[in-house]
Design a protein around this ligand. Structure first.
Ligand SMILES: [Mn+2]
Length: 359
């Protein structure tokens, strides 16, 4: 298990790399280069980022948010050009030591919350929150405006201004595209990129829908074990993997997270893990919790045990944290609670290794 941390780059992340390195057991980043979907990432910019990360004593073997252009998801003729750029970026990242690319194939909305700072009454901290009833009163455009307003000036991943400017048009374009159409477009993409990944030693890791059910009538095809069985079968290869995000899949209590980890871990189809907890408040109603099992509804020990048993070499990062200790940070991505999360997950791992043998 390699413990990593999401970081947004020194230009937009207030957390210095030195602080990340100071979290015990931290080996590297799940890093992000702030590029719009569809572009061929410039090598010199990535090398500069990698050098900066390595100079801080951290690795950069996992990259998140090489975003898939909407034209690829919609199967438009222009997709071939964007796929060519994607392949060029895969080759460039592989040349520079990247082993895993985390991405998603969700139409428009990478993730959605109805409140980015809902106060947790027990302790006065706050966390990201979702209640479908609130959503019912807001259309997609309103929720996007509210999310942008609530983000304290930070650009949130998946909500980049250039994508959102086209929101109305894009929503209209998705009318008539169903789950099977989306899967067909997905297969076209995977058939093009996975052979390249095999050649250069990179694994693609698909992040689940968040929350783990359809929204706004858009097709969403990655929120259950059954969905992922279909995805890994679209192009059967060890390079076609899951980024198993426990909090995203866990937003739906019907998903048995340890069992899903074991299912795909045994198949060697887990490329990376996001590990966090979630508290159920009702039907399609939840908030994000501290990582500690007893503060939410996921069994974090059973999750780490499933990783230990079936995919012990995978990359793990703590996922969204609460805002605690008066930190003013990017919603979900402050330093303090994620550092606590990493320490806790490392503790569970140490206990597993000491009682059952080092891995
Ligand atoms: Mn995640």
């Amino acid at each position: 298990m390699k413990m990593t941390f999401r970081w947004y780059g020194s230009h937009s992340d207030p957390i210095p790399l030195k602080y990340v390195k100071q979290i015990p057991g931290m080996t590297g980043l799940m890093g992000l280069l702030d590029k719009p979907a569809g572009v061929d990432w410039p090598e010199e910019e990535f090398v500069a980022l990698k050098n900066e990360v390595n100079a801080a004593g951290l690795e950069l073997e996992v990259i998140e948010s090489v975003n898939v252009h909407e034209d690829i998801k919609m199967g438009l003729p222009s997709r071939d050009e964007y796929i060519a750029n994607y392949i060029s970026t895969i080759r460039m990242l592989a040349r520079n030591g990247v082993k895993v690319i985390v991405y998603n194939f969700m139409p428009i909305f990478d993730w959605l919350r109805t409140d980015l700072a809902r106060v947790i009454p027990e302790d006065g901290s706050n966390s990201l929150y979702f209640d479908e009833k609130d959503l019912g009163e807001m259309g997609p455009l309103e929720i996007v405006r509210k999310t942008a307003e609530d983000s304290h000036g930070f650009t949130l991943p998946g909500w980049e201004p250039e994508r959102l400017a086209l929101l109305e048009t894009t929503l209209r374009q998705y009318e008539g595209i169903g789950p099977d159409d989306l899967r067909r477009h997905y297969k076209y993409f995977l058939d093009a990129v996975i052979p390249v990944c095999e050649e250069v030693g990179v694994r693609m890791a698909c992040h689940p829908d968040d929350p783990a059910w359809p929204i706004f009538g858009l097709p969403r095809i990655a929120h259950s074990q059954e969905d992922y069985d279909k995805i890994v079968a679209l192009h059967d290869s060890p390079a076609n993997t899951v980024c198993l995000c426990t909090g995203s899949l866990g937003s739906n209590p019907e998903n048995d997270i340890p069992a899903i980890i074991r299912h795909f871990g045994i198949m060697n189809r887990i490329g990376a893990m996001h590990v966090r907890n979630v508290k159920y408040l009702g039907h399609h109603h939840f908030r994000e919790a501290a990582h500690l099992s007893s503060t939410g509804d996921l069994d974090m020990f059973a999750i780490m045990e499933a990783i230990y048993d079936t995919c012990p070499d995978t990359y793990v990062r703590p996922d969204h944290g609460r805002m605690i200790w008066d930190e003013q940070g990017r919603p979900g991505y402050g330093l303090y609670d994620r550092a606590l999360g990493a320490a806790y997950l490392n503790g569970l791992w140490e206990a597993l290794c000491k009682t059952r043998g080092a891995k």
